[in-house]
Design a binder for this molecule. Structure first.
Ligand SMILES: NC(=O)c1ccc[n+]([C@@H]2O[C@H](COP(=O)([O-])OP(=O)(O)OC[C@H]3O[C@@H](n4cnc5c(N)ncnc54)[C@H](O)[C@@H]3O)[C@@H](O)[C@H]2O)c1
Length: 270
């Protein structure tokens, strides 16, 4: 069903770890829609080597970068433009990691060094990327930058721990940088707030299996899949969404606007 809506567009896709990753699905669809891009991930995440398969499939090159390192990001942004032969039109930030969540630390008993790491990897890396793109004037006018987020930024989901704080910061960065980059270069910046999805990062959250079922039953359309998320990302990278910026866009089958569903309320009947 490809329509070539990204024909001629160049970009960077962060965060494809394996075929379940949301970024993986975005890369596959962006390729089918005519985009050219560089794939990147943390050097440590590449040890698994699965990203090579994606690079081959999408005819793209890989540049390793730890998204918390300004040096790595600078190299990525410069080399990507050399490889692609020009400035960028889109960037996908699909990165999240919390050592506290991984190690089962309760939100009221965080290790604060790890907390800093959570914020650095999952949110400040977005600011670093944007700041370096702006410094190197790496994005074309009307370029589109997206980061993936979760509704725990607005409402408490107890097992999401300090990732909730990281997502709040991430969404705020999209708004603040979106203003400045919009005024300077007409670059648009948004976050997409995705349904719970079975991926390596998603499944790391305690009670994920029960939770994904709850979310499914609380969403009039059901949970949005990773493939559907990729479709939304591609639409946001295209010229059909040029005046959307500084928004947190819910892609969640209606979950965020639902108080309760009939399916859920029936569970509480006698
Ligand atoms: N899966 C879900 O339920 C869900 C729901 C809403 C939002 N999201 C968000 O979607 C994004 C992608 O996650 P996913 O679900 O596809 O899982 P994933 O585990 O496939 O992707 C997370 C990626 O972050 C990368 N990463 C971690 N530390 C890094 C670093 N220092 N430098 C560069 N990359 C680093 C990992 O290598 C991995 O590729 C994340 O921001 C996540 O929070 C996921």
């Amino acid at each position: 069903m490809a329509n070539n809506i990204l024909k001629g567009k160049k970009g960077i896709i962060f965060g494809a770890l394996n075929s379940q990753s949301i970024a993986w699905k975005v890369a596959e669809l962006a390729h089918a829609e005519g985009a050219e891009f560089v794939l990147t991930n943390a050097p440590i995440a590449m040890r698994m080597g699965e990203i090579n398969e994606l690079a081959e499939k999408t005819n793209s090159q890989i540049i390793p970068a730890d998204a918390t390192s300004n040096e790595d990001l600078e190299n990525l942004i410069t080399k990507s433009q050399e490889i692609l032969g020009g400035k960028l039109d889109f960037v996908l930030h699909s990165i999240g990691m919390s050592p506290n969540v991984r190690k089962g630390k309760h939100y009221t008993d965080l290790n604060h060094d790890w907390y800093n790491k959570t914020l650095d990897v999952s949110a400040i890396s977005f600011h670093k990327t944007l700041q370096l793109c702006k410094k190197h004037d790496a994005l074309n006018d009307w370029g589109s930058v997206l980061a993936l987020t979760y509704i725990a930024a607005q409402r408490i989901f107890p097992d999401y721990g300090d990732m909730a704080d990281a997502k709040s910061l991430l969404e705020s960065i999209a708004r603040s940088f979106g203003y400045h980059y919009g005024v300077a270069k007409k670059v648009r910046i948004n976050t997409i707030s995705q349904s719970p999805t079975v991926t390596t990062a998603g499944s790391g959250v305690k009670g994920f299996d029960e939770f994904i079922n709850y979310s499914e039953q609380m969403s009039p359309l059901g949970n949005a899949t990773a493939e559907a998320c990729a479709e939304y990302c591609v639409a946001m990278f295209s010229d059909y969404t040029r005046y959307v910026t500084m928004q947190n866009l819910f892609h969640d089958g209606g979950f965020s606007a639902t108080g309760v569903t009939q399916q859920v309320i029936e569970k509480f009947g006698n």
